[in-house]
Write a protein that binds this ligand. Structure first.
Ligand SMILES: NC(=O)c1ccc[n+]([C@@H]2O[C@H](COP(=O)([O-])OP(=O)(O)OC[C@H]3O[C@@H](n4cnc5c(N)ncnc54)[C@H](OP(=O)(O)O)[C@@H]3O)[C@@H](O)[C@H]2O)c1
Length: 348
């Protein structure tokens, strides 16, 4: 059955910080299903900092978003019509076809994120809701798990530093590091977020990186030196960590959210001589490098949440029209935890 649906399109490539007016809500008619296709109604979509880079024409490792056409991004939906034997009406599926209410897929086997956006994966763990698959079990949480559980060998008592601690990757990483017995030091951009890190997540030393020099706060919090850094934020933060690193320590770089709206212009690195002096390892990584651990990730995250060892804070916007505002909020320090958009039940 052919249906009317809504998509968000990009109107222009912004300079600097994105604005909701960079997007337009557009009505489109989807065609009848061909043999082998399925129609999915999206229930939840995720907004993520990397999407700012998708707005640029030279998005480097990403496919740039087109102007005036459907966008892509992580989402979870329900199959509402199927002419594909592998999918039944009611199946919950995860895909990269976000920023739209409905989409048609040929159901091609799931390909990890950032590859063809019509691939879908069935998700059926009875302990997880569609919202969980977009948030608790989504790619940002998986990034934290990959860093703290797959790549790093954290030993009890070690000092782990996490930047952007009140974001999704950061807040999950702080908690996994604590579960593994580390002493955790973390930063955030408002006093309210710092208080959540301290009293909500049990971070041992939390500080506001916008109101005091980062180096001073790190010195106060890392009196035994630093054994592991998970860098999410900036060259400024990473540079301040370097003189405090212990010998043979590791720096995992998940991202640099501070430069996504600067066209890649990076605050100059400092203190790089400590990489040699302290025999440091610096490793950039992506969550999809650890997708062979996806089942362990799902099991551990659901277990930690059920056992009360892990809190997963979410900020929920409602309705597709609110997605641009949700996305822009990632860059103005106003939100914490995972930012999701409800498109199905719960949306206006
Ligand atoms: N490598 C991977 O596979 C992978 C996957 C997912 C995400 N990532 C990266 O991980 C990092 C965190 O992502 P996330 O999903 O956790 O994001 P998130 O939940 O949206 O949190 C992002 C946080 O970044 C902080 N921020 C915003 N603008 C900033 C600026 N100019 N300078 C410093 N901090 C700023 C804000 O917190 P404050 O107000 O506290 O500053 C914001 O809450 C990003 O760099 C992202 O690209 C990597």
């Amino acid at each position: 059955m052919s249906i009317e649906t809504e998509q968000l399109h990009l109107l222009r490539r912004p300079e600097g910080r994105p604005r909701p007016s960079d997007f337009a809500l557009v009505e489109v008619r989807l065609p009848d299903l061909a043999e082998g296709e399925l129609l999915v109604e999206n229930l939840w979509m995720s907004v993520d900092p990397y999407m700012r880079r998708s707005m640029d024409a030279d998005a480097k490792d990403l496919e740039p978003w087109p102007i005036g056409a459907a966008l892509d991004g992580p989402c979870v939906g329900r199959v509402v019509e199927s002419r594909n034997e592998a999918f039944a009406v009611g199946d919950i599926v995860e895909s990269m076809s976000g920023w739209q209410r409905h989409f048609i897929s040929d159901g091609t086997a799931f390909v990890p994120y950032l590859t063809p956006n019509n691939a879908v994966a069935k998700r059926s763990n009875p302990a997880a809701s569609p919202q969980d698959y977009a948030g608790l079990l989504g790619m940002a949480a998986m990034t934290a798990y990959a860093g703290m559980n797959c790549l790093a060998a954290i030993e009890p008592g070690q000092t782990v530093v996490v930047s952007s601690g009140a974001g999704t990757v950061g807040s999950v990483a702080c908690q996994i590091a604590r579960i593994r017995g580390a002493r955790v030091v973390s930063s955030a951009g408002t006093d309210e977020k710092v208080e959540w890190l301290r009293s909500g997540l049990g971070v041992d030393h939390a500080f506001n990186y916008r109101t005091r020099p980062i180096a001073d706060s790190l010195r106060d919090g890392c009196q035994q030196g630093i054994d592991l850094v998970l860098e999410n934020a900036s060259a400024e933060h990473l540079s301040a960590c370097l003189p405090l690193m212990n010998e043979l320590a590791t720096i995992l770089v998940a991202g640099f959210v501070s430069i996504y709206s600067t066209g890649g212009k990076v605050h100059p690195f400092a203190n790089f001589e400590f990489v040699l002096d302290r025999y440091l390892t610096i490793k950039g990584y992506r969550f999809m490098d650890s997708l062979d651990r996806y089942d362990d990730f799902v099991r551990d995250m659901l277990h930690w949440r059920a056992a009360g060892q892990l809190q997963f804070r979410e900020t929920v916007y409602r309705g597709l029209a609110s997605a641009p505002e949700a996305f822009c909020s990632l860059f103005d320090h106003s939100v914490s935890g995972k930012v999701l958009v409800a498109l199905g039940e719960g949306a206006p």
